[in-house]
Design a protein around this ligand. Structure first.
Ligand code: HSE
Length: 429
């Protein structure tokens, strides 16, 4: 091995780890500074597991922390996942040993990002996480590097491919959430335990990181408002379409004088809008800067090859000795994240009420909305009868969320309303 060769230790040999080993085996000379890459250590839960690649010539570490500390490698790549446990211990061990870390771990950084950034910067080593957000789409580099000359006002997009795939399939095939999820699990698009994806948590980890990069604040996962797609009813996908919208899981972060609002909700996007057009497992993101205006990126948010390419791009940054703070600003300058009370936020909404098909129902609903100060933008009653009544759906003009919630409570108590009203937000995109 020559002096310019790079010794890489990899902990976690799941989809992304496998993609990275394949890449390094195909392109050992990819370093922009020259020299070869050599995998000088691997670690995973089980050594014996059958894998579609050969690790027999790579030094094995039962304990990822030992691999992280080992002087036998120059760069530690953490692909274990999870906010706590071995991933956190190994990243801390590598940083404490003064070793550059590349990770795809969005949960770890969304929860512990500020303290890990402080540790990395105190040791003068990079902690890079391009693969943690939008897989192969270079969203982190856009935010941290390309937009450093601007002030970012908001980011909003589709950050979870599994949810986007499920919503796209539900609309295309007319099948219910549980059916499509079961298929996605069979095809390997969804995890056996899908909660992190369909519960909106994965998208919330990612938007938490984008908010930190956008606004120079410490990541604050606990402040994210999170609603997943697990309660999505096919009826709402159909009715939203009749009103000219598509349902997407939209993650957004916006800054105002009052603070920062980070949220993940199933939301309506106008069908012709680029976010509505990003189907299947695609990810998509709008970034709005004060000077640059709007930037739109779209691409594969998951998958072995695409995500490993993002890991490799970070490894290349370590090789070039690019020095940047972990987030937008030095860790010591990151502001505490002041969350905005979501009930004060303004937005448009889609409401569905299941009602008895009897005289006066529409009047009662619209009068209650009017009394509460909610203005209706569009209205639709569909002659779809089922045991739970007929649906009436409407969209509202922009209204404070607290006002909307109060109106929904009053309508829920009307005798002609048979079930809890369904609220979906209209995306602010
Ligand atoms: N499970 C994620 C998704 C990819 O479906 O987008 C990794 O974050």
């Amino acid at each position: 091995m020559s002096k310019t060769d790079w010794r890489i230790g990899i902990a976690g040999l799941g989809t992304v780890g496998a993609g990275l080993l394949n890449f390094l085996s195909d392109r050992p000379g990819f370093s922009p500074t020259g020299g070869q890459t050599v995998v000088t250590g691997v670690s995973a839960r089980s050594r014996a597991r059958t894998r579609p690649f050969d690790i027999s010539n790579m030094p094995w570490f039962d304990d990822p922390v030992e691999l992280a500390r080992s002087p036998g490698n120059d760069i530690f790549v953490e692909l274990i996942g999870g906010a706590e446990g071995p991933a956190k211990a190994a990243v801390e061990a590598a940083l404490n040993a003064g070793k550059p870390v590349v990770t795809a771990n969005k949960a770890l950084l969304a929860v512990h990002g500020a303290e890990l950034a402080r540790l990395a910067e105190s040791k003068g080593v990079p902690l890079l996480f391009e693969a943690a957000v939008m897989g192969g789409v270079p969203a982190v580099k856009i935010m941290r590097e390309a937009m450093v000359g601007d002030d970012i006002l908001s980011v909003a997009g589709i950050l979870n491919g599994t949810c986007n795939y499920i919503l796209t399939e539900m609309e295309a095939t007319g099948r219910a959430f549980a059916d499509v999820l079961a298929d996605a699990q069979r095809l390997g698009y969804a995890e056996a335990d899908p909660t992190t994806d369909v519960g909106g948590f994965d998208a919330a980890h990612k938007i938490t990181l984008l908010a930190a990069l956008a606004f120079g604040c410490a990541p604050n996962f606990a402040a994210a408002e999170i609603e997943g797609i697990d309660q999505i009813d096919l009826l709402d996908i159909r009715l939203a379409k009749d009103l000219g919208y598509r349902v997407k899981l939209v993650a957004s972060a916006e800054k105002s004088d009052a603070g920062i609002l980070v949220r993940v909700h199933p939301s309506l996007a106008p069908i012709a809008h680029p976010l509505a057009q990003a189907g299947g497992a695609l990810n998509a993101l709008f970034i709005e800067g004060q000077r640059i205006g709007r930037i739109y990126v779209q691409g594969p948010g998951a998958g072995a090859g695409a995500t490993a390419a993002a890991v490799a791009a970070d490894i290349a940054d370590v090789m070039t000795r690019a020095v940047r703070p972990v987030f937008q600003k030095p860790a010591s300058d990151l502001k505490p994240f002041t969350p905005i009370d979501p009930s004060k936020s303004m937005g448009r909404a889609y409401l569905r009420f299941m009602v008895k098909d009897e005289p006066g129902v529409i009047a009662a609903v619209s009068e209650t909305l009017a009394e509460a100060g909610v203005s209706i933008e569009s209205f639709l009653q569909k002659p779809i009868e089922n045991t739970h009544g007929v649906p009436i759906v409407l969209t509202t003009h922009a209204v404070a969320e607290s006002v909307l919630m109060a109106a929904i409570e009053r309508i829920a108590n009307l005798s002609s309303v048979l079930a809890r009203p369904r609220l979906l937000r209209v995306a602010r995109i």
